[in-house]
Write a protein that binds this ligand. Structure first.
Ligand SMILES: Cc1ncc(COP(=O)(O)O)c(C=O)c1O
Length: 399
């Protein structure tokens, strides 16, 4: 049944999502509730009414409470956190800040995100270091398989490992705490790409304590676009350089570290997405009874239920155990899609799903041997009926 004529989640009206769309791709860019956007509009009006007060004289009066609210949400000290505009920026900042030399190795995995992989390629080109890609199997049977595949690629030259907390195309929750401990015991710093983690898995960065952690807030925390953070372990902060050098390099502020001076201002921009983070955290906490822990649980339960439904209807096997899943699931496309060749930037069947059925779902190629997959997201505005409609549509591609 098409979206407009199906029973909707009682939360759906809080989002601006168009009524004709079956939106199963919260993972790519998130989606921001209307009330949080209204809050942002109010902030923008204040910014335009008094640009100097807002962006300069009284900037910290708004920024600091946002940082404190974020710190509470991710289990961190405010002094270890800087806002950035997205996780790609966080990864780039770390890669330009760490000393790398010819002969050093950076480790990543075959599940890393393309934009971050490109940043790694650029870092090794600039420094003469070598990029080593650990081949993590997909389908994958257990967390131990992931750990073993990554540790197998470690050498005595490995200096830094970029490891996703929740992978993008394959939607796996990596056993990140164990991986950090295993790397650290070998003297290797870990940069965690947590683009998908905040709002999906509980975070306690004080306890996790990797060298670096970057996460998006515009995805699963539902903040406006352009809200993300970089957490850096205290002993590494003074060497951190943002991707853009601005006033903070020679303009100290009392009470702030060099790290925060450099990152809090990277040239004129609109900081309102950062300033909306407390509102986004509060909005979800107050809207769903049980707050954030219930949101995470409900989204994971829905993703698992959807995964079971789709596997049954499409006669496909899940590519990972449910213990490695959170609010997303990546599943093989049914057999009749597998033989189709790739044409152009976007798979024609993904376009067809949107054009004919208004279903928003990303397609990927992954694993060894390479197979075609699709990824579903589950957010509180979704219902199981959304995935039933997807199953029906995938089963009748000519319809
Ligand atoms: C694992 C991972 N890393 C990084 C990113 C990049 O996020 P952004 O485009 O917000 O920088 C994404 C986006 O989907 C991602 O999935």
């Amino acid at each position: 049944m098409k979206s407009a004529s199906r029973p909707q989640s009682r939360f759906r009206h809080h989002w601006l999502l168009s009524s004709g769309i079956t939106f199963l791709n919260h993972g790519s860019f998130g989606a921001c509730p209307a009330q949080v956007l209204e809050f942002q509009t109010r902030l923008r009006r204040q910014m335009e009414a008094e640009p100097i007060q807002f962006l300069w004289r009284r900037y910290e009066e708004r920024l600091e409470p946002a940082r404190v609210a974020l710190a509470r949400f991710v289990g961190a000290r405010p002094c270890d956190l800087a806002f950035v505009t997205n996780a790609t920026t966080g990864v780039n900042a770390v890669l330009r800040s760490i000393p790398l030399r010819r002969g050093d190795e950076i480790l990543t995995t075959s599940h890393d995100y393309n934009a971050c992989h490109n940043a790694l390629i650029e870092a090794v080109r600039r420094t003469g270091a070598k990029l080593v890609v650990a081949q993590v199997p997909f389908p994958v049977g257990s967390a131990d398989e992931i750990i073993n595949a990554i540790l197998k690629a470690v050498t005595r030259r490995t200096r830094l490992a970029l490891i996703d907390h929740v992978t993008s195309a394959t939607a796996l929750v990596f056993p990140i705490a164990k991986l950090i401990r295993a790397m650290e015991s070998r003297g290797i710093d870990v940069l965690v790409d947590g683009a998908h983690a905040p709002g999906v898995v509980p975070l306690n960065l004080n306890r996790m304590r990797p060298a670096f952690y970057t996460g998006n807030l515009h995805k699963w925390v539902c903040a406006p676009k352009g809200a993300a953070f970089l957490w850096v372990r205290e002993d590494l902060q003074s060497r951190m350089q943002p991707a853009v050098v601005s006033h903070g390099h020679n303009t100290p502020r009392p009470g702030y570290s060099t790290f925060q001076n450099r990152f809090d201002w990277c040239g004129t921009f609109d900081p309102t997405a950062w300033l909306c983070v407390p509102e986004a955290i509060r909005w979800m906490e107050n809207t769903v009874s049980g707050g954030w822990s219930r949101v995470r649980e409900a989204n994971r339960d829905l993703a698992i239920a959807a995964c079971r439904l789709l596997c049954k209807r499409l006669s496909v096997e899940p590519p990972c155990p449910e213990s490695l899943m959170a609010a997303m699931a990546t599943l093989p496309l049914p057999a009749h899609f597998q033989s189709r060749p790739r044409v152009g930037k976007i798979d024609p069947e993904q376009l067809w799903l949107y054009d004919t059925a208004r279903i928003e779902v990303p397609f990927f190629r992954a694993g060894e041997p390479l197979r075609r997959y699709f990824r579903i997201s589950a957010q509180i505005y979704n219902t199981l009926g959304d995935y039933e409609y997807l199953a029906e549509t995938l089963l009748n591609p000519a319809a």
